[in-house]
Design a protein around this ligand. Structure first.
Ligand code: HEC
Length: 149
């Protein structure tokens, strides 16, 4: 009787140990599985986000340049400031101070940044400074402007 009880108790103990162990293993695995899955998911999503990430990353880079160097004179909400707003700028028709018009394509945007005085937007003072910006910076700024459409 007492031996049976002992076996039963041992059996229960063993079962508890085994289940306890199996219960502990998945518990330990879960946190392990999460970090394993997260980079996996991030890498998987990163591929898709990588494509979107290219343009949105460029737009984000453009936004930081804008925040730091352009926001003093350009808005992104459609209201003109010291300079013309960037909202709706890309592809729009710009009236120039010399009476001609030009479409604000990438070439015009690039020229306006590299040589601000070359073509002056009608109604604005030709006071925009020249900035030290490389091709990547300008591409980012254009991506940012496009994101404002
Ligand atoms: C001190 C004020 C000032 C700052 C700072 C400034 N701009 Fe301008 N920007 C102007 C003015 C004024 C005009 C309109 C006159 C002209 O066409 O030169 C202009 C025009 C432009 C245009 C042509 C837009 C149009 O509607 O014809 C672009 C593109 C532009 N700026 C880009 C930039 C970028 C990029 C930066 C930051 C790196 C910047 N600007 C910083 C004043 C500024």
């Amino acid at each position: 009787m007492s031996r049976t009880t002992l076996f039963v108790l041992l059996g229960i103990f063993a079962v508890v140990l085994i289940f306890g162990y199996t219960a502990v293993i998945p518990t330990n695995n879960e946190p392990r599985a999460v970090p394993t899955n997260t980079p996996g998911a991030a890498a998987g999503g990163g591929d898709e986000a990588g494509e979107g990430g290219d343009s949105s990353g460029a737009a984000a880079a453009g936004q930081s340049i804008y925040d730091a160097q352009c926001a003093a004179c350009h808005t992104t909400d459609g209201s003109d400031s010291i300079g013309p707003t960037w909202q709706g700028l890309i592809g729009s028709e710009i009236a120039l101070a010399d009476g001609s018009t030009v479409v604000a394509d990438e070439e015009y945007i690039t020229e306006s940044i590299r040589q601000p005085a070359a073509k002056v937007h009608d109604g604005f003072q030709p006071i925009m400074p020249v900035f030290e910006l490389n091709d990547d910076d300008i591409a980012s700024l254009i991506a940012f402007m496009q994101s404002l459409e």
